[in-house]
Design a protein around this ligand. Structure first.
Ligand code: FAD
Length: 511
């Protein structure tokens, strides 16, 4: 059995919170290791609504601190990663009998002014009878408000943080699970199991439990510690259909049951609709959208859009569980979205992370290191761009144009996808290629061997699921035959193709 360490910090969990802490700590000079039992972002962090947002609805639950912190992170993250973070405008129609117009206006006034906003445009009022945003909607909608938030490629945000952490010296290991851990003197001694059945011992001065929905399981079953706090698993599901409308804005709709949902332009050709909110009990690895949730979202969309959808229109459905701190709120939608730490300092420190949002991961990392007494420059993570993000926030069109100028064989959509996924690092994937053939085998949907090799060599991808559903979302458009060829290519290249873990969404929903 191999030995690793001693590290200053060992992190369990390669979701957004784990990698965010790893990046910040490595950047401050700590010796850091992170273990992720599956793929990076294979947990909750790739099943979100993909918004970097203040969370307008959390104002209703008086979560002003959380909303302020989230709002101010929008522009910070946009500047750090302008390839994968994009500003969006949200149309919120007033609906008679639901929240009154004055309340929406007051909420949006707060939203505009609570967190620092320098680049994002402010709220405005719309007349849906005249504005094109009214055209796709059922008749009768007149007044609406339009406000700003951002969208993010959540799974790529995780990978980019992990890449940056590694570039700063962190040891990032995927398909490596914390099996057991105990304190020995001033150190944590942890047993790590890998996908080949191997075992290693890793020693570390401090341990962070960022296992998301598994946080309590890691505490109780892996570390043998009785947790004071509980985790409340709240399931949220989304559906994806062919584009319901042509403009680039999103909708923020209210339902008669006071729940809200979004309709968001997604991956060029689709509309993403979500989310639901319901308590979940069961294995977090097996969470899948239920038929009931899918019908709820279809019904909600049909109440607002002229174009009616049915189960036959579904291209994809996905589901995740929020690992929320159990604050005893009776309704799932009211449980706090803020993060809570539990620090166990009886010997070598152990910090467990509950809750949080993709939006606040960088702030959560700052707070986590503060709680652990880590010094150094607390501001650096807001200044250094994430890999590929070293260009201006409005620089994506210029970057895309440069890729096409240097590689005239690239189609417009292909160049744009590469720029949006890899930013300035897209040039390294394309290298000196003079034609499509120079990029090697083409698997379909524009995915080439050169891109796959980059994902394996630099981004920890090992199987087709990692490539098609996390590093990219080409699974939405990839023909089955291309996916099979990719699978065979990866098996030959890596010699280790871990089994897929995403549940079959059609089977789970009994469609
Ligand atoms: P995870 O991403 O689940 O990561 C934990 C990791 O730990 C997993 O990858 C798991 O494999 C690993 N792990 C577990 N046990 C072990 C072990 N023993 N050894 C090694 N590894 C282990 N937030 C936003 O800001 N904006 C949104 O639009 C948004 N929408 C959301 C919509 C839904 C439906 C949901 C469910 C959440 C949404 N969130 C959103 C919240 C956000 O997605 C989560 O708070 C965040 O992803 C949690 O990240 P995490 O790192 O804590 O957990």
């Amino acid at each position: 059995m191999g030995e690793r360490g001693p590290y200053d910090l060992l992190i369990v969990g390669g979701g957004i919170n784990g990698v965010g802490i790893a990046r910040d700590a490595a950047g401050r000079g700590l010796r850091v290791a992170l273990v992720e039992m599956n793929d990076l972002a294979s947990g909750t962090s790739s099943w979100s609504t993909k918004l970097i947002h203040g969370g307008l609805r959390y104002l209703e639950f008086y979560e002003f601190g959380l909303v302020r912190e989230s709002l101010s992170e929008r522009e910070t993250l946009w500047r750090l990663a302008p390839h994968i973070v994009h500003p969006l405008r949200f149309v919120l129609p007033y609906q008679k009998g639901l929240r009154p117009a004055w309340m929406l206006r007051a909420g949006l006034f707060l939203y505009d002014h609570l967190g620092g906003r320098e680049l994002l445009p402010p709220t405005r009022t719309l007349n849906l009878g005249r504005d094109e945003a009214g055209a796709p909607l059922t008749p009768g909608h007149r007044l609406a408000f339009e406000y700003s938030d951002c969208a993010v490629d959540d799974a790529r945000l995780v990978v980019l943080n992990a890449m940056d952490a590694r570039a700063r010296g962190a040891d990032i290991r995927t398909r490596a699970a914390l099996v057991a851990g105990r304190r020995e003197g001033d150190l944590w001694v942890c047993e790590i199991g890998d996908a080949r059945g191997g075992r290693e011992t890793a020693r570390a001065k401090m341990l962070v439990n960022a296992a998301g929905p598994w946080v309590a399981q890691v505490l109780g079953q892996r570390l043998g510690i009785d947790a004071r706090a509980g985790v409340r698993l709240v399931q949220g599901s989304h559906i994806v259909v062919k584009k319901l409308y042509d403009h680039a804005r999103c909708y923020f709709f209210q339902n008669a049951d006071r729940r809200i949902f979004f309709a968001i332009p997604y991956q060029r050709d689709f509309t993403l609709i979500g989310t639901t909110d319901r308590d979940y009990e069961g294995d977090p690895a097996r969470v899948a959208a239920s038929g009931e949730e899918i019908d709820y979202l279809i019904g909600a969309a049909n109440a607002y859009f002229r174009r009616k959808i049915s189960r036959d229109d579904l291209v994809w459905a996905f589901s995740g569980v929020r690992p929320l701190y159990d604050d005893g709120a009776s309704e799932a939608r009211a449980a706090t979205r803020d993060y809570v730490f539990e620090l166990d300092a009886q010997g070598a420190p152990l910090l467990s992370v509950f809750g949080g949002k993709i939006t606040t991961y960088r702030r959560l990392a700052l707070d986590a290191l503060k709680k652990l007494g880590v010094g150094g420059d607390a501001g650096w993570s807001a200044r250094a761009p994430l890999p590929g993000g070293d260009f201006p926030v409005d620089g994506l069109p210029a970057l895309t144009a440069r890729l096409r100028a240097d590689h005239p064989f690239l189609g417009a959509a292909q160049a744009e996808r590469l720029a949006r996924s890899y930013g300035t690092r897209a040039a390294a994937i394309l290298g000196a290629a003079k034609s499509g053939a120079d990029l090697g085998e083409e698997f379909g949907a524009g995915l080439t061997q050169a891109e796959v090799d980059h994902l394996v060599d630099r981004e920890w991808a090992l199987n087709a699921e990692d490539v098609l559903w996390r590093r990219t979302k080409l699974g939405l458009v990839m023909p089955a035959q291309g996916a099979a060829r990719l699978d065979a290519y990866l098996k030959a290249k890596t010699g280790l193709a871990p089994p897929a873990t995403i549940p079959d969404w059609r089977a789970a929903a009994e469609l």
